[in-house]
Ligand binder design. Structure first.
Ligand code: CA
Length: 223
């Protein structure tokens, strides 16, 4: 899951991006509004965390531009003032949720999980595909009720496939869920992780199908 964090307070941005990276998200940091607007029009993200008071372009305008392009990416706003009018305005202009600074990190993490699930049309925190299940709160995969040991990148690929269960995910989208703009995204690396995952899922009725030219699909093979 790839998150764009738009926050001009360097200390907060650094701390939050380290926390979220530890949670297993791929986090890209952006420190001003204009850069955020550019990245959002060029790249795809699973979620955006957006501060409103930003240099060069206000967060409100970044949000407006994003929604005027009919992008449905979930946006969680960080607002400094706990003013009802500004919270209402930000929800009305297309934010999905907000937290007021200073915020509790556990609450922010929970809200992120809710938005990611809602975006994938899952309300139940446990997702399943045949005998493979994924608890999106603890972020643990289990196969036939046993925890499945995965490396962080294998986890990231399987999580993306699971969250979009039933739909094909392009190789490019999988590569983007693995790498930030700062690291070079190799599409070939995705093939390696898929290969390793197939080995780990050998005994499972959940299979990763390759759809030539389209991407990958996680599917139940159960009769
Ligand atoms: Ca700010």
């Amino acid at each position: 899951m790839r998150i764009l964090l738009v926050e001009d307070n360097l200390v907060l941005s650094d701390w939050l991006s380290r926390t979220l990276s530890k949670d297993g998200y791929v986090v890209e940091c952006c420190y001003e509004g204009e850069d955020a607007a550019h990245r959002l029009s060029d790249e795809s993200y699973d979620l955006v965390i957006l501060d409103l008071g930003l240099p060069r372009m206000k967060g409100e305008e970044v949000l407006q531009r994003l929604r005027s392009r009919h992008s449905n990416v979930p946006v969680l706003v960080l607002t400094a003032q706990d003013v009802m009018a500004s919270r209402v305005a930000c929800l009305d202009s297309g934010a999905d949720d907000y937290v007021t600074k200073p915020f509790n990190v556990a609450e922010l993490e929970a809200r992120i999980r809710v938005l990611l699930r809602r975006n994938a049309n899952h309300r139940n925190p446990t997702l399943t595909c045949a005998d493979l299940s994924y608890n999106s709160n603890t972020r643990v995969f289990s196969l036939k009720d046993r925890d499945l040991a995965l490396t962080p990148r294998e986890h990231s690929v399987l999580e993306t496939l699971m969250m979009r269960g039933g739909s094909t995910v392009s190789k490019k989208a999988l590569a983007q869920s693995l790498f930030t703009l700062e690291e070079s995204a190799s599409v070939d690396a995705v093939e390696i992780y898929v290969h390793r995952l197939r080995k780990k899922l050998q005994d499972s009725q959940a299979v990763i199908l390759t759809l030539r030219g389209l991407g990958y699909l996680l599917k139940s093979n159960a009769v």
